[in-house]
Design a protein around this ligand. Structure first.
Ligand code: 4FV
Length: 228
């Protein structure tokens, strides 16, 4: 997968993509991540990328011209343009799995109060939010999306199974995990995990996942038709 990130702060991305799983994914050629500085497409002498909002109000708005030029400078036939925004649909595992199928993602990172609406209407395929809170910079949201989507690219995780047996895969929380020592500060590992009966272990794990989901995120269960 090729990912183009358009932002006003390409340096924001130094680090998160240069470690561990994402670093190896790029070394294996499974993932190519490129940065584009939107200000490079502001051709006036002050390289202006923002201006005051029509209709008044606080803050500044990103101008359409530099953003439009930047998008169309990297756009391909098979590009899918995503604007990271609090006004987008909240990112889910299902959406990450869907995006991992796409050959070319263009991630547009907003700043200030936002981007001129005419760009969102004309150039953007989908708006995605990483959560119901406001960040100082859309770049952080792009980092989260790249990380979460990359895990669904075949070959990125050690064993692809891992991505299929985790939280949210069945729409519920994952089970509690234990490892050695068998007793820690007087707390023993649940007996069922020590007896090696895989069917009982699988049933216990599902029960535990459901119970915690019920407690913490009943909304997830309501979404699970099968649960009703
Ligand atoms: C955001 C989010 C987010 C809004 C103003 C950047 C900020 C500033 N992006 N999910 N939540 N973006 O808060 O994606 O431009």
């Amino acid at each position: 997968m090729d990912i183009e990130i358009l932002s006003l702060f390409p340096e924001y991305f130094l680090g998160p993509f240069d470690e561990s799983i994402l670093k190896r994914a790029q070394q294996k050629g499974l993932l190519n991540i490129r940065q584009t500085q939107i200000r490079d497409f502001a051709y006036d002498k002050h390289r202006k990328v923002d201006d005051r909002p029509y209709g008044g109000g606080p803050g500044m708005v990103m101008k359409p011209e530099p953003v439009s030029r930047a998008i169309n400078h990297v756009r391909r036939e098979d590009s899918y343009v995503i604007h990271l925004s609090p006004q987008g649909r909240v990112l889910t595992a299902g959406k990450c799995r869907e995006l991992a199928q796409k050959p070319h993602l263009i991630l547009l990172c907003g700043h200030y109060e936002g981007i001129d609406q005419r760009i969102l209407a004309k150039e953007v395929d989908e708006e995605i939010s990483i959560g119901d809170y406001v960040l100082t910079n859309g770049a952080l949201a792009a980092i989260v999306l790249v990380d979460a989507v990359s895990r669904f690219i075949p070959g990125v995780l050690g064993n692809d199974e891992a991505a299929n047996e985790e939280t949210f895969e069945e729409g519920i929380f994952d089970c509690p995990h234990y490892t050695r020592p068998e007793v820690f500060e007087g707390e023993r590992v649940p007996q069922v995990l020590l007896e090696g009966n895989h069917a009982e272990i699988a049933a216990w794990r599902r029960e535990q996942g459901l119970a915690k989901t019920e407690k913490v995120r009943p909304d997830l269960l309501r979404a699970l038709q099968s649960y009703k």
